[in-house]
Structure formats: structure tokens, C-alpha cells
Design a protein around this ligand. Sequence first.
Ligand SMILES: [Zn+2]
Length: 287
Amino acid sequence: MIDFLLEKMTLRLQTLARQSAALLLYYSRLNNLRQFISNKNYGPKLTILAYHGVEDYLSNGDIFTISTKQFEEQMRYLKENYNVISFLEAIKMKNTLDNSVDLVIITFDDGYKNNYNNAAPILQKYGLNACFFLTTDLITHVPDRLLKTGSIWKFPGMTQDEVKALRNGGFEIGAHTCSHPNLLQIPLEIARNEILWSKNELEQVLGETIEYFAYPGGRKQIHYDDSIKAIVAEEFRVCCTTSRGRNNFQTIDMLELSRICVQNWWSLFYFARELEGTFDFIGRFIN
Ligand SMILES: [Zn+2]
């Protein structure tokens, strides 16, 4: 109980510190200076946002589950202020390097039904593309395997028909393994199967090649390493981590893309500062 309270207090303090820092950097115009220097040295950025659940009933207090109201506010902001693209477009741009403005890609991890029910209609309303990384056991409902990994699912998964409907609606679909294990805590051969089978299952459902992947957990040396990267490199064109940050087009590694995980305590002001890269300079040290 004390541990739980301490953890909650630390989180509160962290969020307060980040909100205050965002305000200070914005109103002192230090953020403008940072942005100017960063753009001059590294050019425009590709920001990849990672969402999880979009749900109004937040019983579990999970910071990665955001409300539909918050989600809609953020999508409206993106529509009005940014150019939101798909991974397919990013791959083409990477080859030509002809982008001249900051770009955003929207992603969802895990494959929750609320992505289909709550997020997709809002995305469609604003004409925004997104990529959904699906944990295939959650889609095909294999509870045994899920129980074995000890994964705790916050919400029910999408059905295969819903996955097809998303794809038919123009959204992108990626793999996120079968049972969402920590790929470094299982033998390499099993890790390979987790990756390949999830790709194959989605290919069977959709009848097309799956080219995008997100590492479960997503942190290098904690959830994946170079031997896992070598496996996914043979199978996919795009792989997302949860390593915090925005991507430079000049130095981008499409097999280890950084992302920013959206959290439910973010105000729209804070969301906007994250998109500007307010915390790029300390990105490695915070989550
Ligand atoms: Zn995940």
C-alpha cells in the first residue's frame, strides 16, 4: 500500500514538473529558440504518437488510456496544425527526403476494441490516417496463450471483421506479436515465432503483406535488442519502439522509430508542446 502511494506521489510530482517546465519554456520563449536551433541543425521532424486505449470508463487508472473527449480535441488540433501522414507516405518521403515541414503519424498499440469503436470514427471525422499494431491473440481470442505470458489486458480486443473494416477504411495495420511477451525474456526461437506468426495471422485475415511492426514494451535492451531487430528486419519495413522522442528524416532508422506515448493527464496545451518537441533535449531521461 505504501509502495502504491509512493508511486502515485512520484508520478504526480513528475507530471507537475513537466507541466510547469512546459509552461516556463513556452512563455519565456526559450522553446522558440530551441525549436529554431533544432530545425536549423536537424531539419523537420517526424513525430509518431502512440495511443493505447481510448475509453471513457477509466476504472483502472491507467495513464495510457485517454478519454474520447481528449482524443477528439487532440485530433482536431492535429488536423488544424499538422500534416498527418501514413507509414506508406513516410517510406516514400524517406527515399526522396523532400519533406520540408514537421509531420505526424498516429499509431495505436495492442488492438483494443475501443480503438475501433471510439477512436476510428473520430479519425474518420477529421480525415486522419493511423496505424493499428495488433496483438493477434487478442484478436483471435486465444485465452490460454495470453494467460501463459501473464499479460493483463485492459480491454477486449477487436474482432477480425473489425480489423478488416479498419483496413477497408484506409487505415494501416501492423503486427505486435501474438501474445505480447517481453521478447528478451523468452528463447530467441519462440520470440521469432511470436513475431512471424502474428504477421502471418494478420496476412491471412487481410489477404495482403503486413509490413509494419511495433516491439511489445518497446524499450531497447529491456524489451528487445539487436538480435530481435535482425529478425524483424527480414520481415518488416517499419518498426516502432517506445523510445521517447521525435525522428529526424536525415538520420531516421525505419526499424527503430521513436515515438511519444500519449498520457491521460496531458492538457491540450501540453499535447501541443510535446508535438513541438519541448522535451526533446531530455527525451532519453524521461518517459
Ligand atoms: Zn503493447
